[in-house]
Ligand binder design. Structure first.
Ligand code: ADP
Ligand code: MG
Length: 703
């Protein structure tokens, strides 16, 4: 192995491809640097003259780092990122080129917006869209291009992307949280930021098996596949030792991410075979979101270099755990105080309790919006199944905080239960200080010491949606609290009654038990908590009056923008299921049925051949198999026909997206599962040499 293993020095490579603060300080004139920082830190408008100087320094730095092009990098409603590369070259009269990059090019781009989802926001003849430099997220060099993070909006200023509402929501929550901090006498903080660490789950499978599966290629998930003889029941994969091939992959992935300034921190095997996880150190929401997009993209690219394919779909394999993304969320002042840090005695930490109660109230009142923020067709296979939190939003607080809230409800909180020390019972092992909250892996929104972990989010989703919703709904409750406390005659007693009321009215959303149990579904229903079982069911909440009004009140999304997003989500659902149905038809008709016919023919030939010998041999096994295979084949064909007809019929309702979405969910999707049942049964009896698709066993245990 000598010479094979490259030494990585994280401190040397970290951020080496990023136009970060230290590069800016080094390369920008002092006044320019200061002006830019004012825009980044305090949100002051950017002077075009400043942009001109920054652009020039950025270009020089990028060229030194191998860039020949630049691109505005944005996050349209497809959920993935978009980029169009322009080179720096500008021809001169003597037949040569010089390299140029202007302030205008840095600040503004004009991509054709008509080819991105807009949900009817603009007619195709009004194709113009703009990208605008987001200087709060640093530019970076990747594959010969300077990447400039940007927001994307229409000619009329409506957001066409995921970043714009996120940035708007960060301003909204900062404004409202600052009001609360002022009430508590804080004079040092000037801004409140929301912090996010997104744990990313993914699968890695061998590229050779992947290329033989049209379903994985076209839809990201397997539409067929019988259960393997071994799944995840041995519980031997989670935190298991990393195979060399995987470990080499992870090493290169870390290296690529570190260069981009992404603080990839934790890596381990996940519960399902071939499933893994990566977690970064948390950062500001906007940067965490950009970084998560880059992480997903880099995961896929690096995988190919190792002959692997990275699957980010929420449910690539039926019957095997799917993938999610844990969105760890908190808020902090710009001078570093985590506002969800309970401290040693949370019962007399009034400021913490106010922020905590704001979160509780927000999550209870806007549970529908939060649920929607984690909805996509892939996640429909997880939420409510036995592996991901249910589709019901609830909060886990743990023993200590639950006890304090009970005290508040009954009067005033006077004590905090101590968490104490954990004794392991071996004298050479250290005593471990216990965390004040135990883990509850079944809660969709769990307090984990000094942050909340939103565990519903799907692995392929952009975290922008969940975060702009979280920020906005909490901003709203903070604004209500601030209105009340700012006018209080006796602050102490007003806080006391505010907390008491909040606990009384919203404790129904707190649930510390097993969220995966059937009893909880019933219990939640009796508490009046909403349970949106599918994406289609959840989508219309975006245009519910209470939700459009909170989003527009805080300047995050206008009513029109909400309506257009609702339309985009429905369209996405419909298209996804339609593609799945068509892919299924193709695989079944062109791969599975011909193989099964070949096998049936072989069986028949075997019977004939043996009988023709005149030997009185028993051919009953072949005969039985032939009957079984033929009847499953007939059933498969019948179900395929039904699927095809159902899918065709959808064109009759193209003018009502919601109705069409329901139709795809209730009719087309159901017919797909009938087709799959027959095919999966056939897979278990047909000769493995004839079966046209790599099996689950081959995909999941082959790396
Ligand atoms: P787990 O046991 O769920 O893996 P960790 O403590 O490892 O929990 O943290 C998971 C993620 O939470 C990491 O990305 C971490 O950086 C992030 N995190 C930690 N503190 C905060 C915070 N204050 N705000 C946002 N995210 C945080
Ligand atoms: Mg976690």
């Amino acid at each position: 192995m000598k010479g094979d293993l490259k030494m990585i020095k994280p401190s040397e490579i970290f951020g080496s491809k990023v136009f970060n603060d230290s590069i800016m300080r080094e390369r920008l004139p002092k006044a320019t640097y200061k002006a830019l920082r004012k825009t980044i830190d305090d949100g002051l408008p950017l002077d075009p003259a400043v942009a001109e100087v920054v652009a020039s320094a950025m270009k020089d730095w990028a060229i030194e780092n191998g860039a020949t092009h630049f691109t505005h990098w944005f996050q349209p409603m497809t959920g993935i990122t978009a980029e169009k590369h322009d080179s720096f070259i500008s021809p001169t009269s003597d037949g040569k080129v010089i390299l140029e990059f202007s302030g205008k090019e840095l600040i503004k781009g004009e991509p054709d917006a008509s080819s991105f989802p807009s949900g009817g926001l603009r007619a195709t003849f009004e194709a113009r869209g703009y990208t605008a430099w987001d200087c709060t997220s640093p530019a970076f060099v990747r594959d010969d291009s300077l990447y400039i993070p940007t927001a994307f909006c229409s000619y009329t200023g409506e957001a066409l992307d995921k970043k714009t509402p996120l940035l708007r929501s960060m301003e909204a929550i900062s404004k409202q949280a600052m009001r609360i901090l002022k009430i508590f006498g804080n004079t040092t903080a000037t801004k409140v930021i929301t912090t996010v660490g997104a744990e990313q789950e993914y699968f890695l499978i061998d590229k050779e098996t992947y290329t033989k599966r049209k379903d994985l290629i076209m839809t990201g998930r397997t539409l067929f596949g019988a259960k393997p003889s071994k799944g995840q029941e041995m519980e031997d994969h989670y935190f298991g030792t990393l195979k060399e091939r995987i470990s080499n992959y992870m090493k290169e992935l870390d290296e690529e991410l570190w260069k981009l300034g992404i603080s990839s921190k934790t890596k381990h095997n996940e519960v399902a075979p071939s499933q893994h996880e990566l977690a970064p150190v948390f950062s500001t929401t906007n940067i965490a979101t950009d970084h998560n997009q880059l992480t997903m993209d880099t995961m896929k690219k690096v995988a190919l270099r190792h002959g692997l394919v990275c699957l980010l779909h929420e449910k690539p394999f039926a019957g095997v755990n799917g993938s999610g993304k844990h969105n760890n969320w908190s808020m902090a002042t710009n001078d570093g105080q985590n506002l969800l840090e309970p401290g040693k005695s949370p019962h007399d930490n009034a400021q913490f309790l106010v922020f905590l109660c704001a979160v509780i109230k927000a999550v209870d009142e806007y549970a529908d919006l939060l649920r929607l923020s984690a909805a996509n067709p892939g996640n429909d296979h997880r939420l409510g199944a036995n592996e991901a939190p249910p589709a019901i939003i609830s909060i886990f607080l743990g023993e200590q905080l639950t006890d304090i809230l009970e005290q508040i409800e009954n009067g005033e909180a006077t004590s905090s239960k101590l968490s104490g020390v954990l004794k392991v019972g071996v004298s050479t092992l250290p005593s471990l200080p216990k965390d004040s909250t135990d883990r509850n892996r079944t809660s969709p929104f769990a307090f984990t010491g000094n942050k909340f972990e939103f565990r519903m989010v799907g692995s392929s989703q952009s975290i922008a949606g969940p975060n702009f919703i979280t920020n906005t709904i909490i901003a709203e409750i903070l604004s209500q609290f601030a209105d009340r406390l700012e006018n209080a005659k006796d602050l102490h007693s007003e806080i006391q009654s505010l907390l008491q009321e909040t606990v009384k009215n919203h404790k129904k959303v707190i649930f510390n038990g097993n969220g995966y149990s059937d009893e909880w579904v019933k219990e939640a229903e009796s508490r009046g908590l909403p349970n949106f079982r599918s994406t289609v069911a959840a989508i219309p909440v975006l245009v519910a009056e209470k939700n459009t009004s909170v989003l527009s009140k805080h300047g995050v999304l206008s009513k029109t923008e909400c309506e257009s997003r609702c339309e985009i989500l429905l369209e996405n659902y419909i298209k996804t299921i339609n593609i799945e149905a068509l892919t299924m038809l193709e695989i079944a008709n062109r791969q599975i049925i011909p193989s099964v016919i070949n096998y049936a023919t072989d069986l028949a030939a075997s019977i004939n051949t043996i009988q023709a010998t005149g030997v009185n041999a028993d051919t009953s096994v072949q005969a039985e198999l032939l009957v079984e295979v033929s009847s499953l084949l007939a059933s498969l064909k019948k179900n395929l026909k039904a699927l095809e007809e159902a899918n065709d019929k959808s064109s009759e309702m193209h003018d009502d997206s919601y109705k069409l979405g329901c139709y795809y969910r209730d009719v087309v999707f159901e017919k797909m599962s009938l087709v799959r049942d027959d095919a999966d049964k056939l897979e278990t009896i047909v000769d493995s040499d004839v079966w046209p698709l790599p099996t689950y066993g081959e995909m999941l245990f082959n790396v």
